[in-house]
Ligand binder design. Sequence first.
Ligand code: 2P0
Length: 313
Amino acid sequence: MTTTAVAHPNIALIKYWGKQALPGNIPATPSLSITLDTLSSTTTVSDSATDRIVLDGREVDDPKIRACLTLLRGAFDIPPLEIVSENNFPTAAGLASSASGFAALVTAVNAHCGLKMSEPERSVYARRASGSAARSIYGGFVGLAGPDWIAEPLLTAEAWPLNVVIAITDVERKAVSSSAGMHASEETSPYYEPWVRTTADDYLAARSAVTDRDFAALGELAELSCLKMHGVMQSSRPAMIYWRPATIACMHAVRALRADGVDVFFTIDAGPQVKAVCLPESLDVVAARLAELPGVLTTHAVGLGDGARLVTP
Ligand code: 2P0
């Protein structure tokens, strides 16, 4: 018997960067994300003589997946498993494959082994594997905030169907993992403390903007959160400078489009790609403008999608 689950990556509009000095991979900052459609991780779990992990066709010994299984086995009786996971987007492209991967893994193991976990419980195990994965349990707009740090669905994809144009500006794998980068920021950035202190207000304002479907307010907060996070990254030792010339060109292009009355804003994660979030009527003009910029290698236009779910009965 095999069990298959699918989950999508999410993009944080209010960013998670930094962890609390507590066990359980607890973020230092609340975050608010949109779950995408089209891009997905598909994870199939089956019984096996020993644990076996196959990622995108290659058998791997992935310490984060092992740690996730160990954590689940601390609470549940789980036999040795074969885990086969495929992303339909390049892992190297900086599109948060750990978020969709762990949301799909926890969902598949939960069903396969009859663990009977609720969505909030799955969100906690996904978060402990990778903070952003907590959010991919749900679709649409999702919050992740204290005191419990369990993801919370805020608005469905259908309720506010935004689009995202992802501009790929570099396909090299990132040099520093997010966990290591966050640790460097916690230890060395003079802006880390004010970053953490001010994120709660950004989160609450963004939450209201989502509830009110106020695109301009959400966009202003999202760009602010993105640039503040990159300010922390760039002021860490060693500095994390994720932007390429094309990354900056995309930011200016988005701002120029907005000055011309197009509803669009940008966000950038721990990598060089730019995600331009727009209303459906602006999708074509945003995609065309970003695609023509020098240094933009490819663009992907996607919509908002659903949470992690089973694809087998
Ligand atoms: C986010 N990022 O909110 C932020 C913005 C990257 C930049 O969550 O250490 O891979 O596994 O909990 O989830 C990436 O961090 O970190 C991330 P871990 P994760 O989407």
